[in-house]
Design a protein around this ligand. Structure first.
Ligand code: KG4
Ligand code: ZN
Length: 358
């Protein structure tokens, strides 16, 4: 019997210290043997956002025992691991450096291959951990730092169809939460508040909704929330603003996803059309069901990772490691941490003043 690869994944790009061991079964389906995540919510709560230096210090304090715990839970021995995959970017450089250095040192001491992983590719491949998913597929990545539509043509082969030109979707949720006085991390709380509110109460703008193709923008929406939030008096006002925000986000995503479907269909003639939604924002239940309904309407198969794999985790990093291991794509130990590392390196940078959209 051929030994199946055993991959250790390490993730420290932002405020989650995570390690995971995965392998695959006889039919080639991945199996998660362990997936340990230690969040730093308590560390950053009083500051209302992630403080890079504190995050890095916390990663440093925890990385050894998180990896040790992942190995123990997997019931394997560290020297049985076939490769070590660490997130190398994008993210906070001081945070990335912890997991990246740890992974490199481990690979060197165990004399095992090292694999540098793009965190966004981790999100892109996360549904592969629990469903069979063949390339190509349309990816809607909605995380705290990124919001983009990509045509995923293969491992490492991405064509960007649209991106946010300012804030990311998760960022818009987090900022709205802050304005409504919700404790960090507030994004997921908005969904809960929205359930108690009237979504037709406040009119909020949908920036670049009728131009810019499937590019997106959320900054104007945030400014409108800021203005309205100043007049908020009761809890019901708060719920209504959360509900109006949630509804507006869904409308923006619906319209832009339809445009992305068209773009994807122009680039791919396959009969089987798939939409994968990944990243922290994919944990939003209303966004999930709206997109799944849209997929039904448009003949796309909607594929979403389970809730626990939407946010940052190391199983998705190990998943990229597994695919790269099978294609023998290894990296040198001098691979740098990359704070900016787009999936489509050829796509134009579309942020800041002076950008031109059609
Ligand atoms: O993918 P992720 O865990 O980390 C990054 O790579 O950024 O995404 C985190 C983001 C945060 O901005 C958080 O507010 C958002 O995902 N998020 C949500 C929900 N859960 C997490 N946004 C809306 N609804 C949720 N249920
Ligand atoms: Zn992420």
């Amino acid at each position: 019997m051929i030994k199946k690869p055993l991959i250790l994944g390490i993730e420290t790009s932002c405020d989650e210290t995570a390690a995971s061991i995965i392998t695959e079964n006889e039919t080639g389906n991945p199996i998660i043997l362990s997936n340990i995540i230690s969040s730093q919510i308590e560390v950053h709560k009083e500051f209302g956002g992630v403080v890079p230096e504190l995050a890095a210090r916390s990663h440093l304090e925890k990385i050894d025992w998180i990896v040790e715990k992942a190995v123990k839970k997997s019931k394997k021995k560290i020297n049985e691991v076939d490769a070590i995959a660490s997130t190398a970017g994008p993210g906070l450089i001081v945070c990335l450096s912890v997991g990246l250095s740890f992974g490199k040192a481990l690979a060197l001491s165990l004399k095992k291959p090292f694999i540098a992983v793009n965190h966004l590719e981790g999100h892109a491949l996360s549904p592969k951990l629990n469903s069979k998913l063949e390339y190509p597929y349309l990816l809607l990545l909605i995380s705290g730092g990124h919001t983009e539509f990509l045509n995923v043509q293969g491992l490492g082969k991405y064509r960007r169809l649209g991106t946010t030109i300012d804030d990311a979707l998760g960022e818009a949720f987090d900022k709205t939460a802050k304005l409504l006085g919700v404790d960090f991390p507030g994004g997921p709380q908005i969904e809960i508040l929205a359930k108690k509110g009237n979504s037709d109460r406040f009119f909020l703008p949908k920036p670049i909704i009728n131009r810019g193709g499937c590019n997106l923008s959320f900054a104007g929406l945030k400014t409108a929330v800021l203005k309205i939030s100043k007049g908020i008096k009761t809890d019901q006002d708060k719920y209504d603003l959360a509900a109006s925000f949630q509804k507006t986000i869904e409308e923006i995503l619906r319209k832009k996803t339809i445009l992305a479907f068209d773009e994807f269909e122009k680039q791919n003639t396959d009969k089987e059309k798939k939409l994968v939604v990944a990243g922290g924002g994919a944990a939003n239940k209303n966004i999930r069901s709206m997109l799944l309904d849209l997929c039904d309407e448009r003949g796309f198969q909607g594929i979403l990772p389970p809730m626990e794999l939407c946010g940052d985790n190391a199983a998705m990093i190990a998943m990229v490691g597994l695919e790269k291991f099978k294609s023998k794509k290894f990296d040198n130990l001098n691979f740098p941490a990359k704070p900016r590392w787009p999936l489509d390196e050829k796509a134009a940078f579309l942020k800041g003043a002076g950008i031109k959209l059609i």
